[in-house]
Design a protein around this ligand. Structure first.
Ligand SMILES: Cc1ncc(COP(=O)(O)O)c(C=O)c1O
Length: 413
């Protein structure tokens, strides 16, 4: 569905809600100005409605979560059925059957499919927690504290994840509280140090928030070799790229490189905060057996509603029809983006349903213009100059073309 022509964005109700929010939420959280934000009230497929009844087309999949579309009917049904039976389990004490099923499914989808028999899983809530689980696993398995991470990386904002995240605005105020264990290298560099103190190499196969930057050919394989030679573990953060966002089930499959640990989140459930760190079984077995108290857990670990939604999402993702849908939408998106040959465009890059258009200027002001036309976009990259295209896989050709024509218009003559 194409959005109607907008008159005033944000509308009166969104403005009222913004004023209310500003009274009680930390001013750091929700950006506000005269053109931002709108308050979401309902969504379906690639469409979102705001509190004033305006309809928007979503080119963000809401941070990459809604690959299967907002409010996928089967996922909603799974959520509804589970929430009517049990709303909360006791994650690491008295769990649910669903937790075991989800771990088995994630294991089969990763290390099972990659020919390693099976993997083992630690579930968590947000993406950054999965990254922190992976870093802790590497510490336990190798006995080494050092971490290699890359320029412009984004791995989340917990203190542990900040060992990997590079964008200075996020690390800056907290830098003096972070352990100095990270060696930072340029993303894509083959110039790797000869350092025996490194236990973990943490990398996104395609940098998402860093600006949709694909690892250069051979880079992931070089990291694999480097880790194998020095007894370090290779961690792929596929929180953004996982579950067909890159056009393959996991982005590392483009390079046929298998990590020791993989982090997933976002699209795992299509809308419930649930994430996972999956590792080769022998690596994960570095965690000691629980003697009654888990070393690493949390109250909501393996939440039954999240597990039910994730299991349904994975079932849908594994259907051949989903891959066909992703391939069709990816082809259309790439074809349409290649026609975007405006002077302001420096580079187009991406894969599958994950593209960035690097511009000569900061993309921020364009986001408000696009919003006013009924289009939800986000900008990435260290300078905020990469306009991101990560729509739900269910977006139609008409909707895609409408969005890209609007981008062309807002870029100006
Ligand atoms: C690659 C990557 N890792 C980790 C995260 C952090 O996930 P969360 O925001 O759920 O903590 C993100 C979020 O954008 C991400 O893109």
């Amino acid at each position: 569905m194409i959005p109607d022509l907008k008159t005033a964005i944000p509308g009166p109700r969104s403005r009222e809600l913004a004023a209310r929010l500003r009274e009680h939420e930390s001013q750091n959280v929700t950006y506000q100005d005269e053109s931002w934000p709108v308050f979401w009230e309902e969504a379906e497929g690639a469409n979102v409605w705001d509190a004033d009844g305006n309809r928007f087309l979503d080119f963000t999949s809401a941070f990459g979560v809604a690959g299967l579309g907002h409010r996928n009917a089967e996922v909603v049904q799974a959520m509804r059925a589970q929430s009517e039976r049990l709303l909360h389990g006791m994650g690491d004490v008295h769990p649910t059957a669903l937790k075991g099923e989800l771990c088995a499914r994630l294991s089969a989808m990763t290390y099972g499919r990659w020919g390693y028999g099976k993997g083992k899983v630690v579930l968590s809530n947000s993406g950054f927690e999965a990254v922190e689980t992976a870093l802790k696993t590497a510490r336990l398995a190798t006995g080494k504290a050092g971490v290699i991470a890359f320029s412009h990386a984004y791995h989340g904002l917990g203190y542990g994840a900040l060992l990997g995240t590079d964008l200075p605005k996020f690390r800056g105020p907290f830098g003096d509280q972070l352990a100095e264990v990270t060696t930072r290298l340029p993303f894509g560099s083959f110039d790797l140090p000869d350092d025996e103190t490194i236990g973990a190499v943490l990398v996104e196969p395609i940098q998402g928030r860093g600006g949709k930057v694909i690892a250069p050919p051979g880079f992931l394989a070089a990291l694999r070799e480097w880790c194998d030679e020095r007894g370090a573990l290779l961690i792929f953060d596929e929180i953004y790229t996982g579950f067909y966002r890159s056009g393959k089930c996991f982005a590392c499959e483009w390079d046929e490189v298998v990590p020791d640990l993989i982090c997933v989140g976002k699209a795992l459930s299509g809308g419930f905060p649930i994430s996972a760190c999956v590792g080769k079984a022998e690596v994960m077995d570095a965690w000691p057996e629980s003697g009654g108290e888990a070393l690493h857990t949390s109250t909501f670990l393996g939440h039954p509603v999240g597990c039910a939604m994730a299991l349904k999402s994975l079932e849908i993702l594994e259907r051949p029809a989903t891959l066909a849908m992703v391939q069709r939408a990816s082809g259309l998106l790439e074809e349409a983006l290649k026609k975007l040959t405006h002077d302001e465009v420096v580079e187009l890059r991406g894969r599958g349903m994950m593209w960035g258009v690097e511009l000569r200027r900061n993309a921020g002001p364009l986001l408000a213009d696009l919003l006013a036309r009924g289009l939800l976009f986000l900008a990435d990259g260290p300078e905020g100059n990469v306009l991101s295209f990560t729509p739900p896989f269910v977006i139609s050709e008409e909707e895609l073309n409408f969005g890209i024509a609007a981008v062309e218009e807002v870029l100006g003559p």
